[in-house]
Design a binder for this molecule. Structure first.
Ligand SMILES: [Cu+2]
Length: 183
């Protein structure tokens, strides 16, 4: 029993700090392991309500390189408050030697076979949505996070999305600060 108490005292402050830093649960209410600190690929400028992300397609070998920042199949959820500006520096790492793209689509519970025009949020897509951004090439994406809702970050190159190249993107009316959760 005394051993249990010692462990609890050590673990609890760390867990509490992680929950505060990460914004607790996503708006959907599904449980998630919350990262203790903002990842290096997210930068928050609260004064200007600007959330900037480096989104690397094919970062390492996760999901056979069909991933964004190493995450696929909805493992990553990015939440941005409604009305914030979002800036994305998109880069295709070249791992896997495939083209990739980026698009915000609605979360309908179904993954489409390829990119859909127009994106669910105006301008929330890379160029060459279907053909993709070639290996080692970059693009930038800028949009306003609205309206509130549940979306996906999705690769529009045919078959990449249904192979798992998607993550969750939530625009939250009540979200105080941008947050990242990882399952
Ligand atoms: Cu792709």
């Amino acid at each position: 029993m005394s051993f249990y108490r010692v462990v609890w005292r050590i673990v609890w402050p760390a867990a509490g700090a992680a929950l505060l830093a990460g914004g607790v649960l996503g708006p959907g209410g599904h449980s998630a392991v919350v990262s203790a600190a903002a990842p290096p690929w997210m930068r928050v400028d609260a004064a200007h309500k600007l959330a900037s992300f480096t989104v690397t397609a094919a970062q390492g070998g996760a999901n056979g390189t069909l991933n964004f920042n190493g995450y696929a199949n909805g493992r990553l959820t990015v939440t941005v408050p409604t009305g914030w500006r979002v800036h994305i520096d998109f880069v295709n790492s070249g791992a896997g030697a495939l083209p990739h793209s980026f698009e915000v689509i609605r979360d309908t519970g179904k993954i489409p076979p390829q990119g859909i025009e127009p994106p669910a949020i105006p301008r929330a897509e890379t160029g060459n949505l279907i053909a993709g951004v070639p290996p080692m090439r970059k693009d930038t994406v800028d949009f306003i996070a609205a309206p509130p809702g549940r979306y996906l970050w999705f690769c529009g190159v045919p078959s990449h999305g249904i192979s798992g190249m998607w993550n969750r993107f939530v625009v939250g009316a009540g979200a105080g600060m941008p947050a990242v959760t990882i399952k």
